[in-house]
Design a protein around this ligand. Structure first.
Ligand code: TRP
Length: 443
């Protein structure tokens, strides 16, 4: 594997991996899921899962990649053999599924960037909801924007690890963070924002069901880019003695902070403007234009925000694409360009029905479920495939792999005192916890 590319340094690795984690999951998905699932209760469950096994699993995945210098399938094969490579295979499949609906939502951010530039959305809350519904429901425009976004991702991934992914992440992620902070301040100072703050920060446990718990665990996995081997892939571009435990703590901390801030940006404004917190996938896109309309230089904030959100989505989509591409370039005779083109074409083809299911195909549900195509892809990948991938990764590292402790301590390794905690989480806590919730989600 002598020719494998590596990150240029620790900062680049952290930024690229945080770039993978921070994306639409934080800014689009987290606020609307919290809005639908009881606000503060969802927030606490999400934080609980991240602390309980999110961080440990992030470390485990990165370690598998760093040790083997392989794609997810190759990593499981190198260390486990038998049927274990299938775990990586399920991950690669999940990558396709997530990418297909991810580019649809990312396309919305590009479209909203356009709406902000032309300034034609208006400020009337009632109209903003209708505009969103009409846009995502139209047959062609959202698909065109998704195609454009897919092409942007392809361009970066073809550029390779250093040229593309790292450079794109280094500058723009910090910029997004600063803008989020400003928008939080604007949102919580709106008249009527207190109700939203209370909703977000005071848990209402009466609204918590098994479904809430399953969504919270799915959100933790989705937001951390966990459970499909994306982190194995990014870990495989680390030098063998690179720091993992410390970097992972920073990455998980940043990702969680951005989700927290996004909730603080959206939910107070939702209440201030009288929107419905359980509006679903449109929540961010409906609420923010109303916020921008009420602030000085709001149009400029709007332009900057959707531009940076599109970039955050790009650095995440890149990691999804890169994971699948890495599998094909490592394991087949396809070159990087060919693999990227094939993967992007298939994911885009799956994205088309996902987009149509929010408009002209909205009456269609996937057989055996009550979900439309978009929701079905999201539910299957986020709430089933990722937790399953995480469960099996925990079992693999905890029970099957012979050397996790030595590898974890290697280089600027994990503090030795934490090693038994990490092993106990992977052996018992993560598998049992995830299994219970998966079982509940499927019943
Ligand atoms: N974490 C990203 C987000 O929050 C999405 C993402 C990128 C992802 N790569 C992933 C999710 C791998 C699961 C697995 O937007």
């Amino acid at each position: 594997m002598g020719g494998r590319e590596h990150w240029t340094g620790r900062f680049g690795f952290i930024m690229a991996t945080a770039g993978s984690a921070v994306g639409l999951g934080n800014v689009w998905k987290f606020p609307y899921e919290a809005g639908q699932n009881g606000g503060g209760a969802f927030l606490l469950l999400y934080l609980f899962f991240i602390a309980l096994f999110g961080l440990s699993l992030v470390i485990a995945e990165l370690l598998l990649g760093r040790t083997t210098q392989r794609n997810p399938v190759g990593a499981f094969r190198a260390l486990g053999g038998g049927a274990w490579p299938l775990v990586g295979g399920v991950g690669v499949l999940a990558g396709f599924v997530i990418l297909s609906f991810y580019i649809v939502v990312a396309g919305w951010t590009l479209a909203y960037l356009g709406f902000m530039i032309s300034g034609d959305l208006g400020a009337d809350p009632a109209v903003l909801g209708e505009r969103f519904g009409a846009f995502v429901g139209s047959p062609l425009a959202p698909i065109g924007w998704a195609a454009l976004f897919m092409l942007l991702s392809v361009a970066v991934v073809i550029g390779g690890v250093k040229g593309g992914i790292e450079k794109a992440s280094r500058i723009l992620m910090p910029a997004l963070f600063v803008l989020l902070l400003l928008l939080v301040l604007r949102s919580i100072s709106l008249p009527g924002a207190e109700a939203g703050l209370a909703y977000y920060l005071q848990p209402d446990w009466s609204r918590v069901t098994m479904e809430t718990v399953s969504s919270a665990i799915g959100q933790a996995f989705f937001s951390l880019s966990l459970g499909m081997g994306a982190l194995i892939t990014y870990g495989s571009y680390l030098q063998r003695d690179a720091n993992i435990a410390g970097s992972a703590t920073i990455i998980v901390g940043l990702d969680t902070l951005v989700a927290l801030l996004a909730g603080l940006m959206i939910l107070p404004a939702v209440f201030a403007f009288g929107f419905d917190p359980s509006a679903g996938p449109g929540l961010t896109f409906i609420t923010l234009p109303a916020v921008f309309a009420q602030m000085p230089a709001g149009q400029w904030f709007g332009i900057a925000f959707f531009a940076l959100l599109a970039v955050a989505a790009l650095t995440s989509a890149i990691s999804l694409l890169e994971t699948v591409v890495c599998y094909f370039t490592d394991e087949t005779r396809l070159g990087r360009k060919g693999a990227t083109a094939v993967v992007a074409a298939i994911a885009f083809a799956m994205g088309v029905p996902a987009s149509l299911s929010l408009g002209v195909w909205s009456g269609i549900t996937v057989p055996g479920t009550s979900l439309g195509i978009f929701d079905f892809l999201d539910f299957t990948a986020s709430n089933l495939m990722l937790p399953l991938g995480g469960l099996l990764t925990a079992v693999f590292v905890g029970w099957r792999w012979s050397q996790p402790a030595a590898e974890a301590l290697r280089g600027a390794g994990m503090p030795a005192a934490l090693l038994p905690v990490w092993i106990a989480v992977l052996r018992y806590i993560a598998p049992l916890g995830i299994a219970v919730i998966l079982f509940g989600a499927l019943r």
